[in-house]
Design a protein around this ligand. Structure first.
Ligand SMILES: NC(=O)C1=CN([C@@H]2O[C@H](COP(=O)(O)OP(=O)(O)OC[C@H]3O[C@@H](n4cnc5c(N)ncnc54)[C@H](O)[C@@H]3O)[C@@H](O)[C@H]2O)C=CC1
Ligand SMILES: CC(C)CCC[C@@H](C)[C@H]1CC[C@H]2[C@@H]3[C@H](O)CC4=CC(=O)CC[C@]4(C)[C@H]3CC[C@]12C
Length: 369
C-alpha cells in the first residue's frame, strides 16, 4: 500500500482531453500509467463522462479552459510533470475562419510551451498530424514513407499550415530551460487519419449512407491508398511516449514519430467499408461513378456555395476541393521508428480495432432508432 502510494506521484495534463482522441488518451492513461497521482483534463467543453472517472484512485481534475488564453493555460500547467497537448481545431470543411484555426492551433501551442517554461514543466508531447507532411498541394503521392522520407511539404490550407507551424514551435522548444533550470524535453506524434469509437466523420458518412438508402457511391479509385490508425493505438502511443520521454530525453527529445499500427492500406472509402459494411451499408461501383473533373467541379461549387451562403448559414459539406485532394492522393506510412526509440507495439490488433469500431457503430445505430 505504502509502495503504491509512493509510486503514484506524477501529475499529467491532457489538453483537449474531451475530444475524440483526448478521451481515449485520458482513459488509456488511467489504465496504463500506474505512476499517476493526478490527471488534469483541460478542454473548452467538458464532457459529462468525466464524472465517472472521479471515483477512481487517481485524482481527476476537470478544467474548463481555452488554450488561446495564456493565463488559463499557465494555471492548468503549473505543477504538472507532463503535458500532452492534443487540443486543436480540426477543421478542413471551412467551418472556422483561418484566423481562428491559427489562433487555436498555433497561439494555443505557443501558450502551452510558454506555460511549461514559466512553471517548470519538463515534458511536453504534442499531437501533430500526418498533414504537416502532406499530401502537398501538388498532389504528390507519399507511398509507405517514414519520418526521413524526402517530401516537398507545401501547404495552403489553414489546418495543415497551422499544424506544421505548431509542430515546428514544439520541436524548437526542445532544450529550452524551464523554471528551475532543467531542459524542456518535447516530441511530436503524427497520426495518419484516426478512426475508432467516437469518430465524428465516420458517423456523418454512416448517416449520409442511411439517407441514400443504405448506399454510398464510390468517388475515389480503389488504388489510392490512405493511411489510417486506430484511436486506441494512437492513445497508447501517447501514453508510452510520455513515459519514455522521461527515461530517454537525449534520444527522444525534439523527435517526430508517425502513429501507425496494423490497419490495412486501402483507399479512404474501402477502409470505411470495413465498418460500414457490417452495419448494412454498400459501396456502389468498383470504379468511381463520376469522372474526376466532375467531382472537382462539384467540390468547387460547394466552395462557392459556402462562400455565398456564409452570411445566412454555415454550409460545410464533406466534399470540397481540399478534402477531395486529400482523399484522392496516396499517403501511407511504413515505419518502425516508434518501436526502435521507445518500444512501441500496437496494443490493439487490426481485428480488435475493427471489431471495437463496428461494435460502436452498431450501438450508435440502435440508439438512433
Ligand atoms: N482526427 C484525426 O484524424 C486526426 C487528428 N489529429 C490531431 O489530434 C488532435 C485531436 O483531434 P480530434 O480528437 O480528432 O479532434 P476533436 O475536435 O475531437 O478534439 C479536439 C479537442 O480540443 C478541444 N479544443 C478545441 N479548441 C480548444 C481551445 N481553444 N481550448 C481548449 N480546448 C480546445 C475541443 O473542445 C476538443 O475536445 C488534434 O490536435 C488534431 O489536429 C491528428 C491527426 C489525425
Ligand atoms: C468522397 C469525398 C471526396 C470523401 C471525403 C473524405 C474526406 C472528408 C476525408 C479524406 C481524408 C480525410 C483527412 C485525413 O484522414 C487526414 C486528416 C488528418 C488530420 O489531422 C485531421 C483530419 C484529416 C484532415 C482527415 C479529414 C477528413 C478527410 C479529408
Amino acid at each position: 500500500m505504502a509502495d503504491s502510494a509512493q509510486a503514484q506521484k506524477l501529475v499529467y495534463l491532457v489538453t483537449g482531453g474531451c475530444g475524440f482522441l483526448g478521451e481515449h488518451v485520458v482513459r488509456m492513461l488511467l489504465q496504463q500509467e500506474p505512476r499517476l497521482r493526478e490527471l488534469r483534463i483541460f478542454d473548452l467543453h467538458l464532457g459529462p463522462w468525466l464524472e465517472e472517472l472521479k471515483t477512481g484512485p487517481v485524482q481527476v481534475t476537470a478544467i474548463q479552459g481555452d488554450v488561446t488564453q495564456a493565463h488559463e493555460v499557465a494555471a492548468a500547467v503549473a505543477g504538472a510533470h507532463v503535458v500532452i497537448h492534443t487540443a486543436g481545431l480540426v477543421d478542413v470543411f471551412g467551418k472556422a475562419s483561418p484566423e481562428t484555426i491559427h489562433e487555436v492551433n498555433v497561439q494555443g501551442t505557443k501558450n502551452v510551451i510558454e506555460a511549461c517554461v514559466q512553471t517548470g514543466t519538463q515534458f511536453l508531447v504534442y499531437t501533430s498530424s500526418m498533414e504537416v507532411v502532406g499530401p502537398n498541394i501538388k498532389g504528390h503521392p507519399f507511398y509507405r514513407g517514414n519520418e526521413d522520407t524526402p517530401y516537398e511539404a507545401v501547404h495552403r490550407h489553414p489546418y495543415p499550415s497551422s499544424k506544421a507551424r505548431a509542430e515546428q514551435l514544439v520541436l524548437e522548444a526542445n532544450g529550452r530551460k524551464v523554471r528551475g533550470g532543467l531542459p524542456l524535453v518535447t516530441c511530436a506524434l503524427r497520426p495518419t487519419g484516426i478512426y475508432g469509437e467516437g469518430h465524428q466523420i465516420m458517423r456523418d458518412i454512416y448517416y449520409q449512407g442511411l439517407r441514400l438508402g443504405g448506399r454510398l457511391f464510390r468517388a475515389i479509385p480503389a488504388s489510392v491508398e490512405h493511411g489510417r490508425v486506430y484511436v486506441g493505438n494512437v492513445a497508447w502511443m501517447h501514453v508510452l511516449v510520455a513515459r519514455e520521454l522521461q527515461q530517454r530525453p537525449a534520444l527522444m527529445g525534439g523527435q517526430v514519430y508517425f502513429c501507425y499500427d496494423k490497419s490495412p492500406y486501402k483507399s479512404y472509402e474501402d477502409f470505411n467499408m470495413e465498418f460500414l459494411g457490417p452495419c448494412g451499408l454498400r459501396l456502389v461501383g468498383t470504379r468511381p461513378l463520376l469522372p474526376y473533373w466532375l467531382l472537382m467541379l462539384l467540390a468547387a461549387l460547394n466552395a462557392l456555395l459556402q462562400w455565398l451562403l456564409r452570411p445566412l448559414l454555415l454550409y460545410a459539406p464533406l466534399l470540397n476541393p481540399y478534402t477531395l485532394a486529400m482523399a484522392n492522393t496516396t499517403f501511407t506510412v511504413s515505419t518502425n521508428k516508434a518501436q526502435r526509440h521507445f518500444g512501441y507495439e500496437p496494443l490493439f490488433s487490426w481485428e480488435e480495432s475493427r471489431t471495437r469500431t463496428i461494435r460502436w457503430m452498431q450501438a450508435m445505430d440502435s440508439s438512433a432508432q
